[in-house]
Design a protein around this ligand. Structure first.
Ligand SMILES: C[S@@+](CC[C@H](N)C(=O)[O-])C[C@H]1O[C@@H](n2cnc3c(N)ncnc32)[C@H](O)[C@@H]1O
Length: 201
């Protein structure tokens, strides 16, 4: 069975455009077959971005893990003026993100392929993700727990997760790594901000 995170070189293309408007300006995304939420901005991703736009502290650098066609990382690069790095295991998603960087003339963003953090060498102020629940608990926890190794000490992990996809259980599994705040609960989606628990040694 094909998933939105499977690489399939034979998959045909059927490009479509998704516009997102904010503060009287528009960012325009090219999307395609074989990527997550290809026809419209996902509700959970939008809730996450809108919380970040409203409540995010000024930060310098951001990593969008599982970027898809680039909605989260590029919207924040454009409207929050944060330096954004986008990664995904899906080659087509990375390619679309690169196209969207170019077409929207976003100079403070880049995208590359990575399985979880395998190709990530730097640390960031913010890691943000709508994690790939269908890829399984191991990948989701790899993204969420693994973020500690790629966050600056006062950095923040922002994520969205649905109550019926185990939000409460996942928060319990993260409780030894992060302090967490639920910023919003809407239509069964939780927006969570996590900060590393720093140990003295
Ligand atoms: C729920 S989608 C979110 C996509 C995009 N951020 C958005 O908001 O539209 C999760 C993304 O994670 C990617 N993904 C799945 N497994 C991954 C892995 N092991 N490492 C990195 N990305 C992965 C998928 O390809 C997909 O693009």
């Amino acid at each position: 069975m094909e998933h939105y995170f499977t690489n399939n070189a034979n998959l045909k293309s059927d490009f479509r455009t998704i516009n997102y408007e904010y503060a009287g300006d528009t960012i325009s995304f090219t999307s395609d077959l074989g990527v997550f939420s290809k026809d419209k901005v996902d509700f959970g991703s939008r809730l996450l971005v809108e919380n970040y736009l409203k409540k995010g502290r000024p930060m310098v650098s951001l990593l969008d893990v599982g970027c898809g066609y680039g909605y989260i990382g590029l919207t924040l690069a454009k409207f929050k003026r944060i330096d954004s790095t986008l990664i995904d295991v899906n080659k087509r998603a990375v390619h679309l993100s690169e196209m969207n960087i170019k077409n929207n003339k976003i100079v403070n963003a880049r995208a590359f392929e990575s399985y979880i953090y395998d190709n990530v060498t730097e640390k960031y102020d913010v890691i943000i993700t709508n994690p790939p629940i269908r890829a399984g608990r191991e990948v989701v926890m790899g993204i969420l727990k693994g973020a500690t190794n790629h966050l600056n000490d006062d950095g923040e992990l922002w994520f969205v997760i649905r109550k019926n996809q185990g939000a409460e259980t996942i928060m319990k599994l993260l409780a030894d790594t992060y302090t967490m705040e639920v910023l919003e609960k809407s239509k069964g989606f939780y927006i969570i901000v996590a900060k590393k628990i720093l140990t003295s040694n």
